[in-house]
Design a binder for this molecule. Structure first.
Ligand SMILES: Cc1cc2nc3c(=O)[nH]c(=O)nc-3n(C[C@H](O)[C@H](O)[C@H](O)COP(=O)(O)OP(=O)(O)OC[C@H]3O[C@@H](n4cnc5c(N)ncnc54)[C@H](O)[C@@H]3O)c2cc1C
Length: 376
């Protein structure tokens, strides 16, 4: 039997997150965006509110993402990541006392772990990564550049590096924990992005960075698998982040359409205004179902690569268009920086790229339909 309702606890959690978002996130939204300030300190506030827990299920994390993004797109992702949703945060293989120290720091909002996959010469094509890790005695020596890292000023880096031969492709990759304080970790260079400013994206160099052997995360040559598992679930969170921002836009446009009078009546009375809003609400409902289904599969331990990829290519695309229409419904006011539409457009656009482009996502879906031998 299908039960599409949220539990009482989940509904209560949603209400608390809404309150948190209005009191703690909304007053800081413009500062993060305009001044490119990291939204990370907000994790400490979530911890103080008792809402930062590592044992919540993925559906509940989805609620957190959606409701925070309704108020501010930028802070939704660090807040949900701080609940440590991924196996990456479990740091399999790393000594218990190090793991504990890192995990406690993340859960109290005091530190953060940034994920370092992308490189100057390769993003989609992970087999093309050049960053290397070589064993020397009792240490791994890491060299390379990771150049598109969200929250690049984090305390710890999760670095995907090549430990095998180039001909082994993605099976040559292994993951490592690298504390940012180690010698050889360069000062992060922050990029001037179009949006997602609170994500403070940038580049970091690793030059002869030495980590103990047991800072290798998971198994040798399985670095890609850990990353892929992370992407599958994170793509549903990205979808919900976009949905939050688009739903806020639709709600604001619906209020404005009842207030704004043109040629003697509220614009809500014109079907050219009300129908796009009705279509947007329908699309958002369908998109929401896809995201929560994906997270439900993650919670059940079912493979959700295809569903995650569907969230990733489709939802940033439809929500970008929904926000654009809502901006236009506000006429000239919608085009000002006083209203949040322009920020939402810039922010969503970045997530048409981050964590896998639409093309990369469609490849995954097509392969699940027709097989890897046919779909290149
Ligand atoms: C806001 C944002 C946040 C990010 N955060 C992080 C982060 O925290 N950590 C991290 O490691 N990275 C991060 N990234 C990097 C991101 O994951 C990569 O940019 C992305 O995977 C694409 O890689 P690329 O930019 O190198 O593009 P490329 O791989 O060079 O692709 C260029 C173009 O070719 C297309 N393309 C590639 N392969 C194919 C194919 N086989 N068929 C058809 N088209 C194809 C792509 O879709 C794209 O349009 C972030 C990026 C953004 C924008």
């Amino acid at each position: 039997m299908i039960d599409l309702s949220f539990t009482k606890e989940q509904e209560e959690f949603r209400e608390k997150v809404k309150e948190f978002a209005l009191k703690e996130v909304e007053p800081r939204r413009k500062e993060w965006d305009r001044q490119g300030k990291s939204a990370l300190p907000i994790n400490g506030r979530l911890a103080e509110w008792g809402l930062l827990k590592s044992d919540m299920d993925n559906i509940t994390r989805g609620i957190l993402t959606e409701e925070i993004a309704y108020v501010d797109f930028n802070s939704a992702m660090p807040l949900v990541w701080a609940t440590m949703p991924f196996v990456l945060h479990e740091l399999p293989g790393v000594p218990e006392h190090i793991k504990k120290q890192i995990q406690e720091g993340i859960l109290s909002g005091k530190s953060f772990l940034a994920l370092c996959f992308g490189e100057p010469g390769a993003g989609t094509d992970m087999a093309g990564f050049k960053t290397s890790a070589k064993k020397e005695g009792e240490e791994w020596v890491i060299n390379g550049t990771k150049n598109t890292i969200s929250w690049v000023n984090a305390d710890y880096y999760f670095v995907c590096a090549k430990t095998g031969k180039s001909e082994d492709g993605i099976w040559a990759l292994t993951d490592f924990l690298v504390p940012a304080s180690l010698p050889g970790v360069g000062k992060p260079e922050i990029w001037k992005d179009l949006g997602s400013m609170g994500a403070v994206r940038g580049k970091v160099d690793f030059t002869n960075v030495r980590v103990p052997l047991d800072y290798m995360v998971g198994e040798m040559g399985k670095g890609y698998l850990l990353a892929a598992e992370f992407f599958d679930t994170n793509r549903a969170f990205i979808g919900l982040k976009c949905i939050g921002a688009a739903q806020a836009s639709v709600d604001e446009a619906s209020v404005y359409a009842r207030k704004r009078e043109v040629m003697g009546k509220p614009i809500a009375g014109y079907q050219a205004i009300s129908f796009p809003l009705a279509e947007a609400q329908t699309l958002l409902e369908a998109a929401r179902l896809l995201c929560y289904k994906t997270l439900w599969m993650a919670d059940k331990g079912a493979r959700h690569t295809t569903e995650g990829a569907m969230c990733k290519w489709w939802i940033p695309e439809i929500t970008l268009e929904i926000v654009r229409k809502c901006l236009l419904i506000h006429g000239q006011y919608g085009y000002t920086k006083d209203l949040p539409f322009e920020q939402r457009l810039r922010d969503i656009l970045g997530w048409q790229i981050g964590d896998g482009t639409a093309e990369a996502s469609k490849l995954l879906i097509a392969r699940s339909m027709m097989g890897k031998d046919y779909v290149g």
